[in-house]
Design a protein. Structure first.
Length: 301
């Protein structure tokens, strides 16, 4: 590794973080408990509208690496943050500054080196705390699961636009079913349902309790409705496999409404994700997927 000379002193050249199987395994089961409150009270929309289109995605990455009540600050490099969010380092830095300025992030400065001195360099590890408001405030508050594998698997980074990423994260956070297997164990132990088919009915019923529409997602995210419809069209396409949907129960006042829920997208290899040409090809395929079935824009409205 080379050296960087600044003002007569030697600084070790920063390491460029890349997607790898080790981090994917380490963070694969982690997730951010995203409160439904952020979507309902306009906080998530305000991040998009006031801070810039990159702020919601950056905030999700930072919340994944922190948790409420943590005494020691979390550590994350700007290079890793930008790579996980799928954006330029300067864009991630501006989003970081906005979150700090509005009080949602406490910047503790660069990570100290082995001698306890602050290391000065753009892109080296930074230490921070996230505000408690970005997490459930009590055990009774509703929340959705934003999985870390969506970032460390490259699923977020390969999405073509920031609007699509923000809509996908909102769907993850709004999903009332956090763990299908846990739900299956609970209902089986209680003896209410005994097979997978009936558990699927329970999952559908839970999701019908929180129907979504393009207009409601537009309100939650701060994105105009047409862009939300385009995002849903891409995310729903079988070639991408990011989300699924189903009809909502009319008993909840959602006449003709639908529910949306995240799926486990296609697994991308680190070699593909670390190759700019490979990422560009994935985004092109997501923008113009093969015609597997007709899908009108009105179909997702």
């Amino acid at each position: 590794m080379g050296k960087i000379h600044r003002e007569g002193r030697q600084w070790k050249a920063p390491t460029e973080w890349e997607f790898n199987d080790q981090d994917r395994e380490q963070f694969g089961k982690s997730f951010w408990r995203m409160p439904h409150r952020l979507l309902d009270d306009g906080t998530w929309a305000a991040l998009w509208r006031d801070g810039g289109h990159a702020v919601p995605t950056v905030a999700a990455v930072l919340c994944l690496h922190h948790w409420p009540g943590k005494r020691m600050p979390s550590v994350l490099s700007l290079r890793r943050l930008a790579r996980l969010a799928g954006m330029a380092r300067s864009t991630a830095a501006r989003a970081w500054d906005f979150l700090r300025d509005v009080g949602l992030l406490t910047d503790d400065g660069p990570k100290p080196d082995d001698d306890g001195r602050k290391v000065r360099s753009d892109g080296r590890c930074r230490t921070y705390h996230m505000d408690r408001r970005l997490y459930p405030l009590n055990q009774d508050e509703r929340w959705g699961k934003v999985p870390a594998y969506a970032f460390y698997g490259g699923h977020i980074a390969v999405l073509p636009t920031l609007a699509i990423r923000t809509v996908y994260l909102a769907i993850c956070g709004a999903d009332p079913v956090r763990d299908r297997h846990l739900l299956y164990q609970c209902v089986t132990n209680e003896g209410t349902w005994s097979d997978e088919e009936q558990v699927e009915r329970a999952v559908t019923w839970y999701r019908s309790c929180r129907p979504l529409s393009a207009s409601k997602l537009a309100t939650m995210t701060g994105i105009n409705r047409h862009a939300v419809v385009c995002a849903l069209k891409l995310l729903l396409h079988p070639a991408s496999g990011y989300i699924e949907r189903g009809p909502a129960d009319d008993a909840f006042g959602a006449r003709g409404g639908k529910w949306y829920a995240p799926l486990a997208p296609v697994h991308w290899t680190p070699e593909t994700l670390n190759n700019p040409a490979g990422v560009k090809a994935i985004r092109a395929r997501l923008r113009h997927p093969p015609a597997t079935r007709p899908q009108l824009m009105e179909d997702v409205a």
